[in-house]
Write a protein that binds this ligand. Structure first.
Ligand code: PA5
Length: 429
């Protein structure tokens, strides 16, 4: 297992002097992070989570996941933003986009929008199946998941009675404060903790991500091992790939490349892209600054966004994430009549064709003025995922410092809430 950053396709866009200067800044930022001498330093608990995580709670998470799998065919996960994206990204990364179609335990995510259609659809999907619920909210007061939980609490109690419903509801929230914590204590739900010093978008390696991931049947021991490997490699003030990535993306940004496109050639990465967009967008987009994070899945989006990337405004750079071996491969077979003219591909696997498509895309985009970086992973498994998560969390913290922002707060998220509360007539607004 080894994550490697290949920056050769960005070289023509950043001078050696710029790279050296930014790398020196990145190393200083990493050292300050290590010393706790950075903006937002009360939210850097994620840094050591892979080694210092609560082992007693970890055992309880695995036991709860086992119980959910034994007693249910559906797990409804209620949460939004950092209390949602990491778990879904991990499950789709590890199980593919059709995970639920193959799984004995279906995992449905609600409370991540206010769509009545989605909530009603998931209620319908629960019909005739045994259900458990994991409600996740650090604050315990976020409107979207609170609405969904109000609906599902009633559903569970009507269906199972109060006592049995309480055994099937798991709450992940603050260890002491908030409405959800108070309710859980009163109702007797098993609770898991979002640590004080870990913000929502950095919480996937806490119970926030770990319970749904384990319940979906994935190996969270191996996930944490991968994250430990990441911590060992990247949590240092040296020229490691995390610091290099932060340095180069900031060099590109200062040179006018304001948009970063996260790219994968595997649709199983779609939700990981969404997790990345939250991690970087919410961490960096403030004080009038920030690289705009966007995403595409190729080759799908080469047929929609490819034109713009190749030929549109030259403010974009790309970060590709590639994987070595495929979990399941398909080989192109030879046909006697060669009716579609594809015999030139006979004997090749789709992994080989996909890798070649990626190579061809990178060369075309670099020619078109789009710098590219490539993160190379061995496989789409738990260890690689853990290391990848840690890599991006660490480089995001360092990158935020290079931008001169606090990467751990999100003051801008409050603006819509205030208006919504006022318009809906919430007392006090
Ligand atoms: O990263 C963040 O802090 C946010 O995206 C939160 O995770 C999101 O707003 C949900 O908050 P909470 O877990 O308090 O319901």
């Amino acid at each position: 297992m080894a994550l490697k950053l290949n920056t050769k396709y960005a070289e023509g866009f950043v001078t050696k002097a710029q790279e050296t200067a930014l790398l020196a800044e990145a190393k200083t930022a990493a050292a300050k992070l290590d010393a706790g001498d950075c903006l937002g330093n009360d939210f850097i608990g994620w840094r050591t989570l892979p080694t210092t995580y609560d082992k007693e709670e970890f055992t309880r998470i695995k036991a709860a996941a086992k119980r959910i799998r034994e007693t249910s065919q559906v797990l409804v996960v209620i949460g939004i933003g950092g209390s949602y994206l990491g778990a879904r990204a991990a499950i789709e990364f590890l199980g593919g986009r059709f995970y639920n179609d193959f799984a004995d335990l279906k995992v449905y995510f609600v409370g991540n929008s206010i769509s009545p259609e989605e909530l009603s659809a998931v209620l319908r999907l629960c019909e005739g199946k045994d259900v458990s619920v994991n409600v996740i909210s650090k604050s315990g007061t976020t409107t979207e998941p609170a609405i969904a939980f109000r609906v599902f609490k009633k559903y569970m109690e009507t269906r199972y009675g109060k006592a049995e419903a309480a055994k099937r509801i798991y709450a992940t929230t603050d260890k002491a404060r908030g409405t959800l914590k108070e309710l859980s204590t009163r109702e007797g739900y098993e609770t898991f903790v979002v640590p004080d010093d870990v913000g929502g978008r950095y919480s996937v390696l806490t119970a926030v991500g770990l319970l749904p991931i384990a319940a979906a049947g994935f190996d969270i021991d191996r996930l944490m091992q991968g994250a430990q490997a990441g911590q060992k490699k990247f949590d240092a003030a040296d020229e490691n790939d995390s610091n290099r990535y932060a340095a180069i993306r900031n060099a590109l940004y200062r040179g006018g490349k304001k948009t970063e496109l996260y790219v994968s050639f595997d649709p199983a990465f779609t939700m990981f892209n969404e997790w990345l967009k939250q991690l970087y967008g919410e961490s960096e987009g403030k004080d009038g600054k920030g690289i705009f994070p966007a995403s595409v899945i190729f080759s799908t989006d080469l047929h929609s966004m490819g034109q713009y990337i190749q030929d549109g405004e030259r403010t974009v750079y790309e970060t590709f994430v590639s994987f070595g071996t495929a979990r399941d491969d398909v080989t192109v077979e030879k046909t006697a009549e060669d009716f579609d003219g594809l015999n030139y591909l006979a004997g090749k696997t789709l992994s080989q064709v996909n890798a070649t498509a990626m190579q061809a895309t990178i060369l075309a985009h670099v020619d078109g003025g789009v710098p590219c970086m490539v993160l190379e992973l061995d496989a789409m498994d738990e260890e690689n995922l853990g290391e990848l998560i840690y890599f991006f969390e660490h480089s995001c913290a360092v990158s935020g410092a290079l931008l001169g922002v606090n990467p751990f707060n999100q003051p801008g998220v409050e603006a819509y809430k205030k208006n919504m509360f006022r318009l809906l007539g919430k007392p006090g607004y």
